[in-house]
Write a protein that binds this ligand. Structure first.
Ligand code: SF4
Length: 586
């Protein structure tokens, strides 16, 4: 043995022994003669520009409001597009039947929903071949520690298992930015595409929140929803008919090689200065303002947080929680998709600053190479500055849309503040799911007097959400006034979840009622006096009438009654002054 070692060397001998042992174990396990095959991503039919006219882009995963607007934006860019219906329990079961075991709840719902839709097409008479030729599914993808990174594989597996092998799934990487275009691509991810989708999502956020804001107080049942339906249809038509900004032929010729850059800049300037969307939203605001409301209804405000999909979907995926809360007498404060977009930008900035100077293989030049060091510092700063500019532009546009719609929407939470609030409990560098946001939102919305209760919707099997749930125990022990309820959502157990929410809501209702009584007492008014005053002032029954929020007061009715008190006192003072002036003249 010693001779053999000397002849072939220790390392080689170790490799030989390892190979022998592997062979022995594989033979023992029955794998001895297997054909070793390397996994290869399945080859997929592409989606080419020439196929656009007869191919429909399928997509989903948001609310029907966001989806219809995105549909309009895609149609405006020349695509045929169709959102999938909201996933139901049957979709969840289909996802379980054809997908892998042990997935998180949104995976089953969304994957099953696609399969179910395709099965529906087949029932209508299309063959599988025709379906594969005429449709393509388009969804966001990401890498990272949670199962979101596995969605693509899950879609493919379920499609194969359900007989739709070869059906095209196109993944749009969330962090891919503008670099995902391809000259031959059927789906061109260019500035027009991104601006269209972002505008559609922002308008969807704004309209969604305004409707949730007004509906609990409407006097005529269904009036808000009717307005919302019409608003979404109107906005979809606007998205469908608008033409993206283009340089005219003569300036383009004149600019020569700079034509591309000029057009690019022109699109952004046009985005920042155009009132294309805002003027339509102002008309919608006026229509919403026709819905009569009674703000003296005392309702707890419930802030929805949790995992991205579970807190966004409106259906079986979260036990139809929003409508349930409204039926139980709550006002729902929904989570805008805009928060997620600013979070992603913020995380990239954070990553740049954390890894500054740590590029693989790059050595920091010596101190005396001042120019090289300055260039590296400049490159870093310009990358961060671009992202900060993107963040500022996004926030500006988001708030401009909200303001055009009457200013009822809450402003996007500042991501630096969210990081400061969440980090002590949940490391803000931990990616996956909503990261530290779930914790931060709980503290933020409760401490800023924006809700009486926080309801976190956490999908069954969600790793990041389960982690943050552990940290929430520390949060609620530090902030004793917070009413926080995490609810695990799955395809089953709706009654159990609803009854848990009812119990926590009971506490939130008592909190809202107490607050209202205290505010009413502060004004010295009785409820009847307040009602009589509102009955005599039609503008107070309009949803766009601005009621200022008093620090420390959360509820709509409580803030409203304080405002009535102020208004009545101011009117009394005016009357007294004019009476005095009249008697002085006499
Ligand atoms: S965040 Fe949770 S529920 Fe959402 S994809 Fe990741 S693991 Fe699944």
């Amino acid at each position: 043995m010693a001779n053999a070692t000397a002849l072939i060397g220790v390392d080689e001998l170790i490799q030989q022994r390892v190979a022998q042992e592997r062979l022995r174990l594989e033979t023992q396990a029955g794998f001895g003669n297997r054909d070793e095959k390397q996994f290869k991503r399945p080859v997929e039919l592409g989606f080419k520009r020439s196929q656009r006219e007869h191919t429909t882009l399928l997509f989903g995963g948001l609310t029907w409001k966001h989806e219809r607007l995105i549909q309009g934006a895609l149609e405006g860019l020349g695509y045929k597009a169709e959102p999938l219906p909201s996933p139901d329990v049957k979709a969840f079961q289909t996802g379980k039947e054809f997908g892998n075991n042990g997935q998180c709840n949104p995976t089953y719902f969304t994957v099953g929903n696609l399969v179910q839709f395709l099965q529906g097409l087949e029932e209508q008479g299309l063959t599988k071949r025709q379906i594969a030729d005429r449709y393509v599914f388009f969804t966001a993808g990401a890498c990272g520690p949670c199962r979101f990174g596995m969605y693509e594989a899950e879609y493919r597996l379920a499609l194969r298992n359900s007989g739709f092998d070869g059906f095209r799934v196109m993944i749009f990487q969330q962090s891919g930015g503008l670099s995902q275009s391809d000259a031959e691509a059927g789906l061109e991810m260019n500035p027009d595409f991104f601006l269209g989708i972002l505008n559609a999502m922002n308008c969807g956020d704004a309209l969604n929140e305004v409707a949730y804001n007004i509906r609990p107080y409407e006097l005529s049942r269904g009036a808000t929803d009717a307005c919302l339906e019409a608003a979404i249809d109107g906005m979809r038509n606007l998205f469908r008919s608008r033409k993206p900004f283009r340089l005219g032929d003569s300036p383009a010729r004149w600019l020569g090689a700079y034509q591309g850059t000029a057009e690019y800049l022109g699109k952004f300037v046009n985005q920042l200065s155009s009132d294309e969307y805002t003027s339509e939203l102002e008309k919608i605001r006026d229509r919403f303002n026709q819905v009569e409301v009674d703000r003296l209804r005392v309702k707890p405000i419930v802030k929805i947080t949790g995992e991205f999909w579970a807190q966004t979907t409106e259906g079986d995926g979260n036990f139809n929680m929003f409508r349930f809360l409204e039926r139980e007498g709550a006002q729902v404060l929904v989570e805008p998709i805009g928060t997620w977009i600013t979070y992603m930008i913020h995380q990239v900035i954070q990553k740049y600053s954390d890894t500054r100077g740590l590029e693989e293989g790059a050595a920091l030049p010596p101190l005396w190479k001042v120019a090289t060091r300055a260039r590296i510092a400049f490159q870093y700063r310009s990358k961060v500055a671009k992202l900060k500019l993107a963040e500022a532009v996004f926030r500006r546009e988001y708030h401009r849309i909200g303001a055009a719609l009457g200013g009822l929407n809450h402003h996007l939470a500042d991501q630096y503040e969210m990081q400061r609030l969440g980090h002590p409990y949940y490391n803000s560098r931990s990616g996956g799911g909503e990261g530290h946001l779930e914790i931060a939102k709980n503290i933020y919305y409760s401490n800023k007097d924006m809700c009486h209760m926080v309801l976190s919707l956490k999908p069954f099997g969600c790793m990041p959400s389960t982690q943050s749930d552990g940290a929430q125990a520390a949060v609620v022990s530090h902030f004793k006034d917070i009413i926080y309820l995490p609810v695990e959502t799955s395809g089953e157990g709706e009654i159990n979840a609803h009854s848990r929410v009812q119990m926590a809501l009971g506490e939130a209702k008592a909190k809202a009622r107490r607050e209202f009584e205290e505010c009413l007492a502060r004004t010295g008014l009785s409820l009847e006096e307040a009602r009589d005053y509102v009955a005599a002032s039609p503008e107070l029954r309009r949803p766009m009438y601005r009621v200022p929020q008093v620090k420390g007061v959360v509820g709509t009715a409580a803030n409203f009654v304080l405002h009535l008190g102020d208004r009545m006192r101011a009117e009394n003072r005016r009357h007294t002054r004019s009476a005095r002036a009249a008697s002085a003249v006499a």
